[in-house]
Design a protein around this ligand. Sequence first.
Ligand SMILES: NC(=O)c1ccc[n+]([C@@H]2O[C@H](COP(=O)([O-])OP(=O)(O)OC[C@H]3O[C@@H](n4cnc5c(N)ncnc54)[C@H](O)[C@@H]3O)[C@@H](O)[C@H]2O)c1
Length: 307
Amino acid sequence: MRVLVTGGAGFIGSNIAKEINKLYPTAKVYVLDNFSSGHFKNLIGFKGEVITGDIKDPELWEYIEKNFQFDVIFHEAAITDTTVQDQFLMMKTNSDSLRYVLNCALKWKAKVIYASSAGVYGNSSPPMREDRGLTPENVYGFSKLIMDQIALNFVQEYPDLKVIGLRYFNVYGPGESFKGKTASMVYQIYLQIKQDKRPKLFKWGEQRRDFVYIKDVVKANLLAMEKDVSGVFNVGSSQARSFNEIVQIINGLLGKNIEPEYIDCPYDFYQNYTQADISKAREILGYSPEYSLEEGIEEYVKFLQGL
Ligand SMILES: NC(=O)c1ccc[n+]([C@@H]2O[C@H](COP(=O)([O-])OP(=O)(O)OC[C@H]3O[C@@H](n4cnc5c(N)ncnc54)[C@H](O)[C@@H]3O)[C@@H](O)[C@H]2O)c1
């Protein structure tokens, strides 16, 4: 098996690439990345090769198409900072590049599993279901929605090829530290409490998100690889939990009792409540998240503490 992981130096991509190494030791795994938000340190222990390049560069895809042949493509590379407002750049990088990926998949008869996002749902009413409430609040969410539509059109035209979009909700866990300010709230809150600083939350910390542990997300990708289907699926924990609850859980694990500091939210495109309806992923992919927020944070904090 020959596997390409775009965005493989990033948080989710590097976890996928390393898990493929572990579960399929004979698979040839390649990472494609421009190291804009990823980091080589995420790839320490990775057994494979790196192709360095920009996914929005058509010449790069010509080179890849001519010189390589992959059976599976995990397409994770994207602008992942949801506050970027350059619409041209966001659409070129996130949406247009999927066409290059699909074009190669068509030549190679490869399966494509790409990263979509809960951002497609904006502030529509929870629980979010794949077929409704597609009202993104920012161009990032819009770029992911257009990816889903590109994929849908592609599979309608080429039904023999399999393309799966996974709408990740809020992913947290080892490998996200290089994302800096765009890393998860779990990581941000951990860092502040660890340094005895009051974690800053937007007023009043009762925003609720569907937080999903990285191991469940990697598992969803591997299930998608194994299934002979196409479609778009939510990948979350199916629970909406508040930022205040994260503060409480991390305080408990670190033996502290630090109160949050509440600040005004500067964004007018903020998602206040997300919760995935995962029944479609359960039924078709056999996806079933294993980690509750408490279990995921506990395992993650142990990792961060070097335990
Ligand atoms: N982390 C989450 O909570 C979450 C939620 C929903 C969707 N997603 C999606 O999952 C995917 C992976 O996200 P992540 O959290 O691992 O973020 P990340 O920023 O760690 O990973 C993205 C990777 O893509 C690379 N990249 C960016 N632009 C590129 C370009 N033009 N050419 C080549 N490589 C490029 C980056 O260097 C990085 O390694 C993304 O598509 C993201 O939109 C993530």
